[in-house]
Design a protein around this ligand. Structure first.
Ligand code: SAH
Length: 470
């Protein structure tokens, strides 16, 4: 039963008629357009009078599509009294159910609900998703459905890998281009191919970005949704991991500093082993896999073992954090170059950190932005060396290094919910870290551009204090 005779009623009538429901539309006055639209449908009846309780007695669903609030409440009360599930249009608080925006392409049905809170947004999303679904998508679904049993008996436990290759592959493209016959022939060939020799799985080394799942690449997202198994690091955020296929196996192989939970060689072995089982493996790494991520070593190991490996880049901490802080890493006025360096240093036999092995003189030279990864624990040494490079520690050039007031920005957990941005100078770097309570993961950005970082106001305050006490 739909109450109301206007545009709202027409919209809901379309929805339920598309689902083959019998509909009674009740209102003292019903728009001519609405009557015309459904005049020929045997599913739709019209009753031209006020709504009464008895109207709901034989109903399965009631849709109250009137605009007047009093009327809405009255109809709602009657429907509830009759014990019918009720939707009151544009009054989510009164609804037992809501009607999502629906994309219906035969076998593919997508429903988008905003829980009654933003129906227009739901409709916008629907339009976007519709654009993503090629015209012949439903043909592709029936095509795949026809071959499903054959593929399953031929490929056994590798059925999933087969289909993963299939939907991005040439045969699917033939179907989408309208050549179902050609596609069918190609399919028969691939079903009849000799598969005694099991095909090896592949490994995708994928950058997860700095933490915000919105910063994932579209490819990384797709790979996460098709992975059989995901090996991930400590720096991969939960929010990113949540985007993975629900039944993908997840293996944590992260390292906490000085606490190597899984040695690198073991990770290599595991990757090779899983790929040889024919699995679709995603090796998910924080930021970009090729920037201080040991992705290169993993790629070498896979190549050596003859496993197909592919790289998906990610947004590295430097660019992610710079964006989060609103600070350009190069800038016509402030920096002509940017250098990414690691501040990592191994503890010596006495347990004390040795120095990062860097060419301080070269680093201090250019009009250069320095981004230091893994530099929190060595920050004091780094600042010291940059202000006065060892090769110029003579009295003739006492200030050959960077000026003590060179701006520094520190960004911890950049792009994540617990992000902290602090600002200071090279001379006050350790105080800045202490005041802001920085423990890492954090990067240090050193150079004039760092003065442009939008520091959190609380950390600005400590700079102000520093300046006063200076
Ligand atoms: N491959 C990664 C870097 C791995 S090294 C990338 O491209 O970003 C680990 C270091 O990266 C951390 O010690 C820290 O310096 C930096 N880092 C990673 N994620 C970060 C984040 N969200 N915010 C700040 N620094 C981050």
């Amino acid at each position: 039963v739909i109450t109301g005779g206007g545009d709202l009623a027409a919209r809901k009538a379309r929805l339920v008629v598309a689902a083959q429901a019998n509909v009674t539309i009740i209102a003292p006055e019903i728009d001519a357009a609405l009557i015309d639209e459904f005049a020929k449908s045997h599913l739709v009846n019209f009753i031209y009078r006020e709504v009464i309780l008895a109207d709901f007695h034989s109903a399965r669903l009631a849709i109250i599509a009137v605009e007047d609030e009093l009327l809405q409440k009255r109809h709602h009360a009657m429907a509830k009294k009759a014990g019918v599930l009720t939707n009151v249009v544009d009054a989510p608080a009164l609804c037992d159910f809501t009607t999502p925006s629906i994309i219906d392409r035969n076998d593919i049905v997508v429903a988008i609900s905003t829980n009654g809170k933003a129906p227009v947004l739901g409709r916008n999303l629907r339009e976007n998703i519709e654009r993503m679904l090629p015209e012949r998508m439903s043909q592709l679904v029936s095509f795949a459905g026809r071959f499903r049993p054959a593929i399953k008996s031929k490929f056994g436990h590798q059925t999933r890998s087969f289909w993963e290759g299939f939907f991005d592959g040439p045969i699917a493209n033939q179907v989408l281009a309208g050549d179902e016959r050609g596609a069918g022939e190609a399919m028969m060939k691939s079903v009849n191919r000799d598969t005694a020799k099991t095909e090896s799985g592949v490994v995708h080394i994928v950058g997860a970005g700095p933490g915000d799942p919105d910063l994932l690449t579209i490819r990384a997202h797709r790979l996460l949704q098709t992975a059989d198994v995901i090996l991930y690091d400590r720096l991969v955020g939960n929010k990113v991991l949540n985007l993975a296929r629900r039944d993908a196996e997840r293996l944590y192989v992260g390292k906490a500093k000085a606490n190597h939970s899984v040695p690198q060689e073991k990770i290599h072995e595991k990757l090779v082993e899983l790929a040889r089982e024919g699995k679709n493996v995603v090796r998910l790494k924080g930021g970009d896999p090729f920037i201080f991520g040991r992705g290169g070593e993993e790629l070498d190991a896979l190549r050596e073992a003859g496993i197909a490996a592919y790289i998906t880049p990610g947004i590295t901490a430097a660019t992610g954090c710079a964006a989060a802080a609103g600070m350009a890493l190069t800038h016509r006025d402030h920096a002509q170059a940017v250098t990414f360096v690691t501040g990592h240093a191994k503890p010596g036999p006495d347990g004390r950190l040795s120095e990062p092995d860097l060419d301080w003189h070269a680093l201090a030279k250019l009009k250069n932005t320095l981004v230091i990864y893994m530099g929190v624990s060595t920050a004091a040494i780094i600042a010291q060396r940059l202000m006065s490079p060892p090769s110029t520690q003579d009295h003739a050039t006492p200030n050959a290094g960077l000026a003590p007031d060179t701006p520094v920005a520190v960004i911890e957990n950049g792009t994540r919910d617990n992000q902290i941005i602090a600002r200071g100078t090279l001379a006050s770097l350790t105080d800045t870290l202490t005041n802001a309570g920085i423990k890492g993961p954090a990067i240090l950005v050193i150079g004039d551009v760092a003065a442009l970082a939008n520091a959190d106001s609380i950390h600005e305050l400590s700079i102000e204090q520093e300046r006063l006490s200076a």
